[in-house]
Design a protein around this ligand. Structure first.
Ligand SMILES: [Zn+2]
Length: 344
């Protein structure tokens, strides 16, 4: 089979290798669509924190495929079925797993696409318990976006917005647009979204944003102040991870408000905010690392009840042979790029 391996920072190669055989509790999945995002870029650039990656590795933690072969002990999964896979390989036995926080499994960190072979290969070995069988009519491109959707679902399970809230979504990538879509379901008074490109703002409005802002014309903080009569937003979703944006999110939320931080800035980035801010503003701040089994369940429910609009998020498609162009698109942050996918 053909596979893409990242061997060291900035180095990826297409290889021919043996197609793996499923163990008794494993499923061999023919990968069909891989969605690449900033976590894949951090892996490619060597900016993942120590212990959260290894080289060489086949990247691709958000992907969809079709079952090719099942292990001897696998039940209820059959060849030909469309599937998505949770990426974190959790133990199911530790305290966090038993609390439902499978994304924070206390056993050694293992994740498809970061420490174990991911979706950027014609076939992927997956422990059967990580798979979700999807309807036969499901679109494989949309399914590949459910990993990102699950991460955003995790954020909303934490934030629990209430009807009438003012929700600010910071960051203008596909993750942030998913946040707009899910935020809308809570009947907020306002969803505020900021982006440089008019086309991105239009998409955000179609997906539920009520106030869209172009930096330079309006300042986000001023709009939030105006909307909330100086009190601040009820919930701020920050998807970029940039320290400056995180600091801004913490300043923009009202006292006793909620901030969810879904982005990562890369190793060596530090936040500079006044230490008393958290206590004096009585803040709830949630960091979000990947998606628990509960968030996956929520994301699948949102998808199956047709609450999501996923196709408009896909901006670029590449065949496996052209994987380098997909990585370059992430690397050079081209402004028109929203969600790149690789099809196999
Ligand atoms: Zn565990």
């Amino acid at each position: 089979m053909r596979s893409v391996r990242i061997t060291e920072p900035g180095q990826a190669e297409l290889l021919e290798e043996e197609r793996p055989q499923p163990g008794t509790d494993e499923v061999l999945v023919q990968a069909r669509v891989v969605a690449l995002n900033n976590s894949d870029l951090a892996l490619y650039e060597g900016k993942r924190p120590d212990g959260f990656y290894r080289y060489p590795v086949i990247p691709g933690h958000a992907w969809s495929g079709v079952v090719a072969e099942v292990g001897a002990h696998v039940q209820d999964i059959e060849p030909g079925q469309k599937v998505v896979a949770e990426s974190i390989v959790y133990c199911g036995k530790c305290r966090n797993c038993r609390m439902g926080l499978t994304n924070l499994c206390e056993a050694e960190y293992a994740e498809l696409g970061f420490t174990r072979s991911g979706g950027l290969a014609e076939y992927v070995l997956v422990p059967a318990r990580l798979l979700h069988v999807m309807p036969a009519e499901a679109n494989l491109e949309e399914l590949a976006l459910l990993g990102s959707t699950a991460n955003v679902a995790e954020a909303f399970l934490r934030a629990q917005p209430r009807p009438g809230d003012v929700i600010v979504v910071m960051g203008s990538d596909a993750t942030s647009l998913l946040a707009v879509q899910i935020a809308r379901l809570y009947s907020p008074a306002e969803i505020v979204f900021m982006a440089f490109r008019e086309e991105r703002l239009r998409l955000a409005r179609e997906m539920g944003a009520t106030r869209t802002i172009r930096p330079g014309r309006q300042e986000l903080g001023e709009v939030v102040t105006e909307l909330t009569h100086g009190c601040g937003a009820d919930v701020v979703f920050e998807g970029s991870g940039h320290p400056q944006a995180v600091a801004e999110a913490l300043q923009m939320v009202r006292r006793a408000g909620t901030v969810v931080l879904e982005g990562t800035a890369g190793t060596g980035s530090f936040l500079n905010v006044e230490a008393d801010l958290f206590a004096m503003h009585h803040l709830s701040v949630y960091g979000i690392f990947e998606a628990s089994i509960a968030a996956w369940t929520y994301a699948l429910q949102l998808y199956q009840s047709a609450q999501l609009s996923l196709p408009p998020l896909i901006s670029h498609r590449f065949p496996l042979d052209d994987y380098q162009s997909a990585l370059d698109l992430l690397l050079y942050q081209q402004p028109q790029a929203l969600q790149a996918i690789v099809t196999l």
